[in-house]
Design a protein around this ligand. Structure first.
Ligand SMILES: [Mg+2]
Length: 226
């Protein structure tokens, strides 16, 4: 029996790149004038520079504005401020996020979200998606003072759910933060790549790989029977 399933947030429960793409297109329509008119290309460039959330948005905007060649010296700062205030309004879950979490709850399996990032950004997203109502607990690295792949945050999450860490299952898109991290504390792991690549240097594999969240259910049911 798997007593608890833990999830990463960005690109696992939250369809971050699609959400961000829509926000960026709308943002440049609203704020940035200039010779840049291809909003789709602009969103591609933003997501490329963002590198799945690894790069500071302040730096991403600075580069974008340089590339646009804007003479407005406040533009990058204005766009960044607007991102902090408004990006969450465009947050969308994956289409089976809610059903997956409801199934787990009905099956008596505890759930947690373990997310790396700044509290104010991650929390707004989490609340916008109603995820606080759908999981038992959530841990955000900034407020916890530790981050994936460090063991400490996985141990805290298990403790908060009152389960043994080695009995848990972790689902995430990042091979390092999610899969390596959870594996190192003895959890089973499910990789939901969403475009991420498995590092050639890794000599291990996740316990399972899915292409949609709804594929979790048969995997968990199989493990329960085994
Ligand atoms: Mg992620």
């Amino acid at each position: 029996m798997i007593p608890a399933v833990m999830f990463d947030l960005d690109e696992t429960l939250f369809d971050r790149s699609s959400s961000l793409r829509i926000f960026i297109q709308q943002q440049f329509l609203r704020i940035a004038i200039g010779r840049f008119r291809n909003f789709n290309e602009l969103a591609d460039r933003f997501l490329q520079l963002d590198n799945r959330g690894r790069v500071s948005k302040r730096d991403v905007y600075r580069t974008i504005v340089d590339e646009i060649g804007s003479s407005n010296e406040h533009l990058a700062g204005d766009l960044f401020d607007d991102y902090e205030v408004n990006a969450w309004r465009y947050a969308r879950p994956f289409e089976d996020t809610r059903d997956t979490l409801l199934w787990l709850r009905n099956a008596g399996i505890k759930t947690a979200i373990v997310s790396n990032g700044q509290t104010h950004i991650q929390l707004r997203t989490l609340l916008a998606l109603n995820l606080d109502r759908l999981v038992d607990t959530y841990l955000i690295s900034e407020q916890e003072g530790c981050r994936k792949p460090d063991a400490a945050i996985f141990l805290k999450a298990a403790e908060r759910l009152s389960v043994k860490v080695e009995d848990c299952l972790f689902v995430g898109d990042s091979p390092e933060a999610d899969i390596l991290g959870a594996r190192s504390v003895g959890m089973r792991t499910v990789w939901f790549p969403n475009g991420a690549e498995w590092p050639h240097a890794y000599s291990f594999e996740p316990s399972a790989t899915i292409s949609r969240l709804q594929e979790l259910r048969p995997i968990i049911e199989h493990w329960h029977r085994a």
